[in-house]
Design a protein around this ligand. Structure first.
Ligand code: NAP
Length: 342
């Protein structure tokens, strides 16, 4: 149990695993999985570890998915981009842009691998992966059988997909297929993007604006360890929303197609005056309340205690109970993050 996981999680939490294996192809990945199962050890498959919090040492094998490759085909209306799961997401965004296939620019600078992008249907600045996802290739670990899931079969939702439910643990994603429409349509509904002129804006300008917004507000995990948004934006019923808005008329709120209302978790946390608050080496980021940072020497219990405090303060003030977006990993695998901080 002496292989440090610190380089393999963007939070920079120093926990150990029995074994860490980098897999460059499906066969290596399956071999590592089978070896661990024979030894009755748990297995965790990671991309860049940008959305996990290790609570304890992991008593098994961590497999790092490094299946690479980008292949591009086209049909009359779209670019068809097949991406190995281990490709870095932001590099893919840059590659498509540099090669005249715009469409991913709103998703610039999201940390992590292409193969992790469908798991939580990554989204930013009005665009979600599901807008461009054509299919996801995965392999059933126990049988080694490949499967191609259409975007519909992936059951994408808000930061959600089948890979967080029925397909969790049993399947590994090996590649993602994107269908990027040749008729580019800018999405300019968020933040500084709303100031750009839809008639003249270029994909590069959208990309630069997104990068500028992100770098001005979000901590770089290479400088301060973090796992992006720590909490999900809560989605509440219309009835709950009207009660909340009666008490807090300024609360940002975004009605959803199904009648529910999305709130901005960062705003709720900020209203509790929690920006900058620290417990041990974990702190609420001073510019973006939705992010918990590792100020250097954070241990997992610092992060958990801070998250628990945030959930309680926001719950007491707004009667809205935040849930982590970050996935919590215990010694045998993922655990229920809400239960840990409740
Ligand atoms: P922001 O602009 O401060 O807005 C706060 C929240 O309000 C956002 O999370 C967003 O929800 C929602 N929002 C803002 N404008 C909206 C609009 N025009 N229509 C619908 N919803 C709107 O957000 P931010 O924290 O700087 O993040 C900007 C974008 O990057 C967001 O889309 C955010 O989700 C994404 N992001 C994701 C992560 C992550 O780790 N998952 C980390 C950083 C940023 P949505 O989240 O639903 O978009």
């Amino acid at each position: 149990m002496n292989h440090s996981l610190k380089p393999w999680n963007t939070f920079g939490i120093d926990r150990n695993a029995h074994r860490i294996v980098c897999a460059e192809n499906t066969q290596q990945l399956l071999n590592a999985w089978q070896e661990a199962v024979q030894k009755q050890q748990p297995v965790l498959i990671l991309g860049e570890g940008s959305n996990v919090l290790f609570l304890e040492d992991f008593s098994g094998t961590v497999i790092i998915n490094r299946i690479k490759g980008i292949d591009v085909h086209e049909d009359p209306t779209a670019w068809l981009v097949h991406v190995g799961a281990g490709e870095n997401w932001h590099n893919l965004v840059q590659y498509t842009l540099e090669n005249g296939m715009p469409g991913l620019e709103n998703l610039a600078l999201i940390p992590g691998c292409a193969g992790s992008s469908p798991i939580q249907n990554i989204g930013a600045y009005g665009v979600e992966l599901q807008r461009v996802c054509d299919y996801v290739d995965c392999v059933e670990l126990s049988s080694g059988k490949s499967q191609r899931l259409s975007a519909l079969a992936c059951r994408f939702g808000y930061r959600d997909s089948i890979f967080k439910h029925e397909y969790q643990d049993r399947f590994v994603i090996t590649a993602v297929g994107l269908r990027i429409a040749k008729s580019w349509q800018p999405v300019l509904t968020y933040g500084d993007l709303t100031r750009l002129d839809p008639a003249t804006v270029t994909p590069q300008q959208v990309f630069e604006t997104v990068c500028q917004m992100r770098t001005s507000k979000l901590p770089d995990p290479k400088v301060s360890g973090n796992a992006g948004s720590f909490f999900k934006n809560p989605v509440i019923t219309a009835q709950q929303a009207s009660a909340l808005l009666a008490a807090f008329p300024n609360a940002p709120h975004y009605p959803q197609a199904d009648g529910s209302v999305k709130l901005a978790a960062g705003w709720l946390i900020d209203q509790c005056q929690l920006k900058g608050m620290a417990i041990g080496g974990a702190a609420i980021h001073h510019l973006q309340a939705l992010v918990i940072v590792n100020t250097g020497q954070a241990v997992s219990s610092d992060v958990v205690e801070l998250a628990r405090h945030v959930r309680r303060r926001v719950g007491e003030k707004f009667n809205v109970w935040l849930e982590p977006e970050v996935r919590f990993i215990g010694q045998n695998g993922e655990v229920n993050a809400v239960e840990v901080i409740a």
